[in-house]
Write a protein that binds this ligand. Structure first.
Ligand code: F6P
Length: 563
């Protein structure tokens, strides 16, 4: 049976609104901001610049109800095995409960035993973090660690790397560094300025089988051993669910901090995977981040759908993708310290919702996850915003903006920076929505003294179509609690979309094939004769890579290297 498509359900609204410019929607309703904005749980979301109206919004809410969204949400929060293809519960939200974080009374949360094991392990890794910060856990010669290196990739890297940059003003522990890429340059460049005798290395891998992390870990352990010899164990710790593998790697069990299979890699920042961050910011700040995320979880669990921030963001996503047919989603934090937030969201969103089959294995009826990308504003304005304003494709945009910034270079100078930042954020979403018509452009050029021929030649180039959707997310300031709220907001937004699409957001089979193929290609790089079974392109590239001559030294004869 064909599952009804969201695009079909939204098509009449999409057709009606296609012909209605955002200028018109705003002029028709002076209360549009009040209607399509919501301030709660420490955040304000303004989606009035999305191309939708009351009828379309009600249709989206109806789709959420028809998908039993509230039931699906409760199944996740209470630990039902909703990750059906891996037979697992999905309980990253339980990582941010307990230990003085206030939760509403009653049911609705993970089983008590789960919360207890989480709380016990959190005590262990946060105690370790504090000991590193105080110097009680020290280098093998007894001196405090000055630097901590986290080796991990994907969810075992992006979360702590993004968050330690986001919370730079709160980092008062040893300096933290991150090595992810199997390209040796990552380790070489990260370690160049570090002293192995003062460096603690955290091997972060949920599975402890990931090629990149194991390759880097072997090299970094050798780098440590060259300095501290057999005392290397006191410079190592591991964060993993695979205790057998960490032991086999030679990391003492008391230095292994674990989590569980109900925590997906891209949802693991809140677990022991956050240890590097906890060492940087300390226990109190780390707990504030968990509490911020939990506050958002409580809001997600309890707020009615039409005033529920992750539901609102998820429905905007459905509208953009299935109503408007868009495929690109830019996330622009007007906050330099959130520079890695778009990369973090890329994994969260695209690894979760980049799926083409429903939970039961049948093809999806709708287009699913969008292409997520982004850079901080204002920098992004000077690179890809040209396409966002005047390109032939429409890019949906989320703008993140703080009411205050944290810290200033010279006392009294911070306000000017922040005013300019805010003005630019507001100006960009305004320009995207309302644009500038050709007649307005002509008028403007004439006012500025342009000649008739200049106006004729340039007015089309200088006009902006507008009618391009954006949502603005405001917060007070980027502190640990706010960061926790923002991440949880997007986690649940991704989940909401997945429920409406009927897909499993918590597996990632799509990353497996390339990993398997890499294993079969490695032997052929040592012996090109083993490339026999590969396609012509792969064989040709392996042959070119194994030639002694530089690729740049081609004589231009057009030799394709296939003889
Ligand atoms: O390749 C994808 C992935 O499995 C991610 O989901 C995960 O975050 C990352 O690799 C790292 O995996 P691990 O923590 O097991 O090393």
């Amino acid at each position: 049976m064909r599952v009804p498509s969201l695009a079909d359900a939204l098509s009449a609204h999409a057709a009606r609104l296609a012909a209605t410019h955002l200028r018109t929607l705003f002029s028709q309703d002076v209360h549009r901001f009040e209607r399509f904005s919501c301030q709660t749980a420490g955040l304000l979301i303004d989606w009035s610049k999305e191309k939708l109206d009351e009828e379309a919004w009600q249709a989206l809410l109806d789709l959420a109800k028809a998908a039993d969204l509230e039931q699906a949400r409760d199944a996740m929060l209470t630990g039902e095995p909703i990750n059906s293809t891996e037979g697992r519960a999905v309980l990253h939200t339980a990582l941010r409960t307990g230990d003085g974080i206030s939760s509403p009374k009653g049911g609705g949360w993970a089983p008590a035993a789960v919360r207890q094991e989480i709380s016990d392990e959190r005590d262990r890794f946060l105690a370790f973090a504090e000991q590193v910060r105080e110097g009680a856990v020290a280098a093998c010669d007894g001196a405090p660690f000055t630097d901590v290196v986290n080796i991990g990739i994907g969810g075992s890297d992006l979360g702590p790397a993004m968050a330690s940059r986001a919370l730079a003003p709160f980092c008062d522990g040893p300096n933290v560094h991150f090595i992810a890429n199997v390209d040796g340059a990552d380790a070489v460049d990260t370690l160049r300025s570090l002293d192995p005798a003062r460096t603690l290395v955290l091997v972060a891998s949920k599975t402890f089988t990931t090629l990149e992390t194991l390759t880097n870990s072997r090299s970094v352990r050798a780098w440590l051993e060259a300095s501290v010899g057999e005392k290397v164990g006191s410079h190592l710790a591991a964060l993993s669910t695979n205790l057998d593998a960490t032991t086999a790697f030679g990391i003492a069990p008391e230095r292994v901090f674990c989590f569980w299979d109900y925590v997906g890699g891209r949802y693991s920042l809140w677990s022991a995977i956050g240890l590097a961050l906890a060492i940087a910011i300390g226990r109190t700040r780390f707990m504030e981040m968990l509490a911020g995320a939990h506050a958002l979880d409580v809001h997600f669990a309890q707020a009615p759908l039409d005033a529920n921030l992750p539901v609102i963001l998820g429905l905007i996503g459905i509208w953009r993708r299935n109503g408007m047919g868009l495929s690109a989603h830019a996330v622009i934090p007007y906050e330099e310290r959130l520079a890695r937030f778009p990369a973090y969201l890329q994994q969260l969103d695209m690894e979760s919702n980049g799926k083409a089959v429903r939970r039961d294995g049948t093809p999806v009826s709708d287009r699913t996850g969008m292409l997520v990308f982004g850079e901080p504003g204002t920098n992004a304005q000077h690179s890809f915003f040209q396409l966002c304003h005047q390109g032939t494709d429409i890019v949906a945009m989320d703008v993140l903006l703080g009411r205050h910034s944290v810290g200033e270079l010279v006392e009294g100078r911070g306000a000017e920076h922040h005013r300019n930042l805010v003005a630019n954020a507001l100006a960009q979403t305004r320009a995207l929505a309302f644009g500038r018509t050709q007649s307005e452009t002509r008028e403007q050029m004439e006012t500025e003294g342009a000649s008739g021929s200049e106006v004729a030649a340039l007015s089309a180039h200088k006009s902006f179509p507008g009618d391009r959707p954006s949502t603005t997310i405001l917060y007070d300031q980027l502190d640990p609690a706010t960061l926790g709220r923002l991440i949880a907001l997007y986690e649940h937004k991704v989940f909401v979309e997945s429920v409406l699409w009927g897909i499993n957001a918590f597996d990632q089979w799509g990353v497996e094939l390339g990993k398997v193929m890499a294993k079969s290609i490695t032997p052929a790089l040592d012996d090109p004769h083993k490339a026999g079974a590969f396609d012509a392109s792969t064989k040709g590239l392996i042959a070119a890579l194994s030639q002694d001559a530089d690729i740049g030294a081609s004589d231009g004869s057009g030799d394709r290297g296939d003889g």
